[in-house]
Design a protein around this ligand. Structure first.
Ligand SMILES: N[C@@H](CCC(=O)N[C@@H](CS)C(=O)NCC(=O)O)C(=O)O
Length: 309
């Protein structure tokens, strides 16, 4: 042991420098920023034979209980249904060619041979290209819509992600039954839990007690219920607007993934108008909901691991 330490101290400075540089670069590429570093490079289209004005939406493989695990992916898909935009969702899977956005996240899209990522920028582009669902809103209503969007996407989401990825992660991964081989699922579960513990601590949600967290998400959900009231769509017009797609993306996560989210009980007991609203949107825009869930592939059928995994 001492001989080893002596030998290490005897190494010349340039060897130490080289070891440190190689170690650091390996760490950055292997664990940390590989996706981000790669992301800025231009890359081939995922769907090279695209049709004009068809949106190719990329996200996680469909889970068993809900069309998309990502509230951001479900928001984009719902918006496209509301706007009547033609889209496809090319299959991505562990044995297919799973690909993250250039920023290392899901969802992302290709439209007319050009890639766009982040649901905010995706909807901005689709709105510009196809249709503006928010034209009927006054300037003041647009501000309200934006405030709710940010609350849901940066605060509410953290409260229920913390629950599903940290507190109830076993139940969560069991219920959604992603079409990954068992060992990949195990790894994804562990990494997501570790990631969310760190992220939850940084943004603060993970430092609160369960009771304090409850006060935080309850304030959000009761404001959604209060603003919705007995309106058909959130902003009160005769047709849905963008915020309805955002709300649907998040509320479905809490209402249809059966893992005893405390939020689910609260919504069912205290926010009957919100539950009825989500049910209405689901009926109106997802008449094929069950068919979408049926496309879920258990690991043994579609995603059998190969030697390339
Ligand atoms: N601001 C992004 C957020 C997207 C996002 O957080 N996606 C999650 C899945 S729900 C993701 O890709 N997480 C993996 C990661 O960030 O490394 C959007 O609106 O699209």
């Amino acid at each position: 042991m001492y001989a080893l330490i002596d030998a290490a101290f005897a190494l010349p400075l340039w060897v130490w420098t080289l070891l440190l540089v190689v170690g650091y670069v390996t760490y950055i590429f292997a664990f940390k920023n590989a996706r981000l570093v790669m992301s800025n490079q231009s890359r081939e289209l995922f769907t090279p034979t695209w049709q004009k004005d068809v949106v190719y939406l990329y996200g996680f493989p469909r889970p068993r209980v809900i069309p998309d695990l990502s509230p951001f992916g479900l928001k984009v898909e719902t918006w496209m249904r509301m706007a009547g935009v033609k889209y496809e969702r090319p299959e991505q899977g562990i044995n297919g060619r799973p690909r993250w956005s250039r920023k290392g996240q899901m969802p992302w899209i290709e439209l007319n041979g050009e890639e766009t990522d982040d649901s905010f920028f995706i909807l901005a582009r689709l709105t510009n290209h196809f249709k503006d669902l928010d034209t009927t809103l006054s300037e003041e209503e647009k501000c309200v819509s934006q405030a709710f969007l940010q609350m849901l996407e940066h605060h509410t989401v953290a409260t229920y992600f913390w629950y599903r990825y940290v507190i109830a992660s076993d139940a969560f991964w069991r219920e959604v039954r992603m079409p990954f081989p068992g060992y990949v699922r195990w790894l994804v579960q562990k990494l997501t839990k570790m990631g969310w513990k760190k992220k939850g601590h940084l943004i603060g949600i993970g430092r609160h007690t369960t009771e304090e967290q409850r006060q935080l998400w309850q304030a959000d959900l009761s404001s959604v219920a209060g603003y919705l009231g007995d309106k058909t769509y959130f902003m009160g017009g005769p047709r849905p607007t963008m915020i309805d797609a955002v709300l649907f993306g998040h509320l479905c996560q809490m209402l249809y993934i059966p893992i005893d989210y405390p939020q689910t009980a609260y919504l069912r007991d205290k926010c009957a108008n919100v539950v009825a609203y989500v049910t209405r949107l689901k009926q109106e825009f997802y008449s094929d909901w069950d068919d979408l869930l049926a496309t879920h592939a258990p690991p043994s059928e579609k995603y059998r691991p190969t030697k390339n995994d």
